[in-house]
Design a binder for this molecule. Structure first.
Ligand SMILES: [Zn+2]
Length: 135
C-alpha cells in the first residue's frame, strides 16, 4: 500500500493540498484515506484540492479546546461544510474575530453563501491546513 500520510505531508510542505479521488465512483476523500467512504473501493488517485469550501455551520471553539500550537490563533472557529470537490469537511477557520463571526452568523441565517479558502499552514513541527473566509 502506498504511504498515504507521507505523500500528503510532503505535498503540504510544497503548499499543495492533496486528496484521493475514487476511480470507481468519483468521490474525493480529504483528508486522504486509502478506502473510499462512499463505495469502499481502494482504487484511488491523488488529486490536488482546489481549496474552496462552503460553510453549513460555523461556531467558536471553546478556550478549553484551544491547545498549543493553535492557542496563538485564538479565538478559534470551526466550520462544517463541503469542499468544492463535494467532500464533507469539518475544520478550523483562522483570522476570525467575534465581530466577523456575527457577520457570518447573519449571512447563514439569511441563507447567503459563505465561502472559505484552504491554505497550507506551517507551524513549528507541523504542516497542516487551515481555512480562511473568502472576501
Ligand atoms: Zn468510491
Amino acid at each position: 500500500m502506498e504511504p498515504v500520510l507521507k505523500t500528503y505531508y510532503e505535498a503540504l510542505e510544497n503548499d499543495k493540498i492533496l486528496g484521493l479521488r475514487c476511480r470507481e465512483c468519483g468521490a474525493v476523500e480529504w483528508p486522504p484515506v486509502p478506502t473510499c467512504n462512499t463505495c469502499s473501493s481502494t482504487v484511488m488517485d491523488w488529486v490536488e484540492i482546489e481549496g474552496t469550501a462552503i460553510v453549513e455551520e460555523f461556531s467558536p471553539v471553546s478556550k478549553a479546546y484551544t491547545k498549543p500550537p493553535f492557542e496563538k490563533f485564538a479565538p478559534l472557529y470551526m466550520f462544517k461544510g463541503y469542499l468544492k470537490e463535494g467532500t464533507y469537511v469539518m475544520n478550523m477557520v483562522l483570522d476570525v474575530t467575534p465581530e466577523i463571526n456575527d457577520v457570518v452568523e447573519q449571512k447563514l441565517k439569511d441563507k447567503e453563501t459563505v465561502n472559505l479558502v484552504a491554505k497550507t499552514l506551517k507551524l513549528d513541527d507541523l504542516n497542516t491546513v487551515a481555512f480562511y473566509l473568502k472576501d
